[in-house]
Design a protein around this ligand. Structure first.
Ligand code: NAD
Length: 247
């Protein structure tokens, strides 16, 4: 029997990058998957279904609480439970503090921080109703631990995600709900698509391993946190960063 057979995984931002790699990895282990994203990507859905599990898409902008609530209700309606949640949807940031528009600040905070809160609120509500509890994994960043010039909203949001993770962990530690965060270093995904070669090369150099990470390498940490192999972890932040934070 596969590790996640008959389990249901809800993944925000599941169409691309880390979310997509995580969806495929948990599906390979037998989980049924609900992808929540801004618009449907039939190709990704097909790829997941080809692994022999059920997969579905629900349109959901995580910065809108009502849409998150509906997406989770839809997951339970279609699949019967919510066992694993990966709160992964996120966007990048730019501009020094004095130059950043208020709209940019609010947009990043509403997706990267409030979005994670909305997801956890409705996920926990469902997990408390189930006898089986659940596992929540929030995608923070190395920038949940250290700063980067030109990314104040992103840095604040990702630090906030670590705080939300710890708070949820202690609130539900005895309710069979484990909540952990992953802190990826720079990972080759469409999120970095606007960076030129020089910037990418400079970013590679900041990792001890002198390279960027791959989505699949982050997905492995997700899979471990979603499994019972990590049964004594909650409220923890796991970097997956090629040694970025070690220096
Ligand atoms: N790529 C990196 O270097 C890196 C490093 C550290 C952390 N992260 C974090 O990993 C997560 C995934 O990033 P990625 O690199 O895979 O990016 P990506 O751009 O490849 O994927 C992000 C996904 O989120 C979706 N999304 C964006 N806004 C949304 C919204 N409001 N509601 C629902 N879905 C939305 C996008 O449509 C996309 O499918 C993000 O939270 C990001 O901050 C990425």
């Amino acid at each position: 029997m596969k590790n996640f057979e008959n389990q249901v995984a809800f993944i925000t931002g599941g169409n691309s990058g880390i979310g997509k790699a995580s969806a495929l990895s948990v599906a390979r282990e037998g989980a049924n998957v609900m992808l929540a994203d801004l618009k449907e990507n039939p190709e990704v859905l097909r790829e997941i279904k080809s692994l022999g599990v059920k997969a579905s898409f629900v349109r959901c902008d995580v910065s809108k609480a009502e849409e998150v609530k509906n997406a989770i209700a839809e997951t339970v309606k279609q699949f019967g439970s919510l066992d694993i949640a990966l709160n992964n949807a996120g966007i990048g940031d730019q501009g020094m503090i004095h130059e950043k528009s208020l709209e940019q600040w609010e947009r990043v905070i509403s997706i990267n921080l409030s979005g994670v809160f909305y997801c956890m609120k409705y996920e926990v509500e469902q997990m408390l109703k189930q006898k089986t509890g659940g596992k929540i994994i929030n995608v923070s960043s190395i920038l949940g631990q250290v700063a980067e010039a030109g990314a104040a909203a992103y840095v604040a949001a990702k630090h906030g995600v670590v705080g939300l993770t710890k708070t949820a962990a202690i609130e539900y530690g005895t309710k069979n709900i484990r909540v952990n965060a992953i802190g990826p270093g720079y990972i080759e995904t469409p999120l970095l698509k606007d960076m030129d070669e020089e910037k990418i090369h400079a970013l590679e150099g900041r990792h001890t391993m002198k390279r960027l990470g791959h989505s699949e390498e982050v997905a492995k940490a997700f899979l471990w946190l979603a499994s019972n192999d990590s049964s004594f972890l909650t409220g923890d932040y796991i970097p997956v960063d090629g040694g970025y934070l070690a220096q």
